[in-house]
Each structure stands twice: as C-alpha cells, then as structure tokens.
Design a protein. Sequence first.
Length: 293
Amino acid sequence: MPLASVRTGQGPCVGLVRHDEVAVLSPDWGTVDDVVRGGPAALDRVREAAGKAPTVALSQVRLDAPLRRFNRDILCTGWNYRDHFEESRGRRDGQDPPAEPTRPTFFTKGPDTVVGPYDDIAYDPRISARWDYEAEVALVIGADCRSVDEADALSYVFGYCVANDVSQRDLQRAHGGQWLKGKSIDATMPLGPWLTPADEVPDPAGLRIQCEVNGELRQDASTAQMAFPFARIIAELSWGMTLRAGDVLLTGTPSGIGNARQPPVFLNQGDLVVTRVTGLGELRNRLALTRLS
C-alpha cells in the first residue's frame, strides 16, 4: 500500500492507497514525513492501522506531494541515461563536457520547487523562455547513512515515487555551467502521486518511465537503461557525505527532452504534462501563468 499525503481540513494526513481507494489515518499519526523518519517500525504501524481506518474513493480526495519536510535541497543526478547525454551533444550552448561521464553527475534543486501530483506548474515567461520537462524516478532515503557499499545501498531506500524535473534551459546555461538556478524555480517540480515502499517494488531496475505533453508521448524508457543504477548512485553520493532519512534523490531522465529536439520544443502556458512510472503512479500537471518575477 503506497503512502499518500491527503489534504484535509485538519492538515495533511497519511493515506494508504489500495487500488481506487485510500484509507485515511487521523492526524494523530502524523505525516508521511514522520513515517519515513520512523523507519520500518513506523511503516508497519501505519499499515496495521490502515486496516481499521475509514476508506474514501481516491477520486474524492486531494493529494499533496508525499513529502514536504525536507532536510536540504532535493538531490539530483544528471546525464544518467546515455541516450539522453548523446541527444544533447552540441545543444548545450558551448557547455558540452569533453566526454561521457564515467561517474555520476550530481546537482541540487531548491525544495520550494516541489508541488503536488495534480497541482499546476508555475509558468512565468519573464523568468525563462525555455521551459523543459524531465520525467524521473525519485527515491527516498529511509535511514541515515554514510559511505555505503553499493551491495548494501538499496537497503537504505525507504521508497520510490515519480518526479518531473522541470528545467529552465536558458537559466541552466547562464550561470557558469552550474545548474542550481535553472533547476530551482519555485513551484515547478511535481512529486508523487504517493510514496511506494521499497518492499513493494520488486525490481527497481525494470521500471518504465514515460512523459506526455498534451497527449504526445515525448519520453519512453526503462530504468534498466540507466548508466548508473540506483545502488551505484547512493554509494557514490554517500561517500564521505551523510544522507539523512527523508532525503529525496532524483535519478536522471531519459532521452526525449524538448531542448534536444530539432527544432527545440519547449513548454508553454496551458500545456498538460503527464508523467508516469510503471507501478509508481502518474502525475498530471498543467502549466499555469504565475507571477514569479
């Protein structure tokens, strides 16, 4: 049963999703953030409580992003699908690396980027002229760890969800090749629709990732195509650096981004972006004109 954050008049409540229904726990159980930080014991308790909790049709509740209490910036992995690295060759405004990376590339984005699975994506053409989509699998760390062996890395994953790393390509290139600014515009990264515990994802290396814009399939790939699998990413990132329970880590996007098309195709006001990952759910977000500047 995936864990959802259900918006109620009493604040966000933990919901456990069963097919087309959700068992909504009382506010006394805290939030999904609390469950993640509570580890396996907390997960077992909410699973047991869900059997006695009232259920509501999933279509009748409003879901927020499953996590809202972030320890730090969202942690991200770049160029983790070789076809995506190649499709952008020569289209990085003179910032192409000399060769394909042999180790994961990491960057961060601000936590205020996060919006819910069906919320609008803020769109302000004054901020950027190049809004792009990036469908990704996000994993959530479930226990504090440092210098993790790759063989043990997946044991530190609490669960997985869907993300879209909406990026502003002109800003991404404008600040010395550092990606933070072009990845950190407020209210632009959908996350959700819920958090699926790792023990319910038997093969994270075989997840299908898709992104549609206005009904047109733009990205379609498998996590099996990753240059660096989940365990390698965690091991590399945690080397000498403590990862905390509740940290969110994006794992890279496959080919098909708008900036790499000929001619480039960018997102605009009113566009509907649908992001899905097999077994993890679907995000549906529309770009809405928002004054950010």
